[in-house]
Design a protein around this ligand. Structure first.
Ligand code: SF4
Length: 198
């Protein structure tokens, strides 16, 4: 329970937690990431593999967000679990999911194989996409580029319209001046969820 990676100096630490962050390679050098995994389950059958669980008091990111790689938390936890547990626990079976405490269930399941009848995505491309987005966002930040770029139409009930100043024409103009076309959602990624669910 509560396994930190990249823990601050003085923060209590129990193995397998560690003070070193995990890293994602990028053209700007290693991107260091720290966090805290809520729970890691290990099999008691001698099989190798693990399940990473993140409790949510509110709503959890969708399966589509896992498939497109636009939600980073579970991919980062899977990388961290692999780094924390070492080769001894690395195995063919890996799972990560959100567990909303008000409506328990496995949400946003990333898994190497089917468990139950829930929708799920395979880790391979989903994690690769998450890493790619982390690289692209870091590159945009390094360039001082912070566009407001919603991935779909803004919902009519959003109360922040006046302060976020999002307008399609403004973003389009900035895009032409400083194109980061890679920020667009990777096409066909959403299909993975359906494939894995088939
Ligand atoms: S109006 Fe602004 S804050 Fe609201 S969803 Fe659109 S971009 Fe986001």
């Amino acid at each position: 329970m509560e396994v930190p990676f990249g823990a601050r100096e003085g923060e209590p630490l129990t193995p397998p937690g560690r003070r070193e962050p995990i890293t994602v390679d990028s053209p700007h050098g290693p991107i260091r990431i720290r966090g805290r995994i809520d729970r890691i389950d290990l099999a008691d059958t001698g099989e190798r593999g693990y399940a990473v669980v993140d409790y949510k008091s509110g709503s959890a990111p969708s399966l589509k967000a896992m498939s497109t790689g636009t939600s980073f938390q579970l991919p980062i936890y899977l990388w961290a679990a692999e780094a924390l547990l070492g080769a001894a626990e690395k195995g063919p079976r890996r799972f990560a999911f959100f567990l909303p405490i008000r409506k328990p269930g496995q949400v946003g399941l990333i898994a190497t194989e089917r468990i139950g009848r829930k929708g799920w995505v395979k880790p391979g491309e989903a994690l690769d996409r998450a890493a790619e987005y982390i690289r692209r966002f870091t590159d945009a930040m390094r360039r001082g580029f912070f566009p407001v770029y919603p991935r779909g139409d803004c919902p009519g009930y959003c109360h922040f319209h006046e302060i976020c100043r999002y307008a399609k024409w403004r973003v389009s103009r900035k895009w032409e001046l400083h194109p980061i076309p890679e920020l667009a959602v990777v096409k066909d990624a959403a299909d993975d969820a359906e494939e894995a669910d088939a």
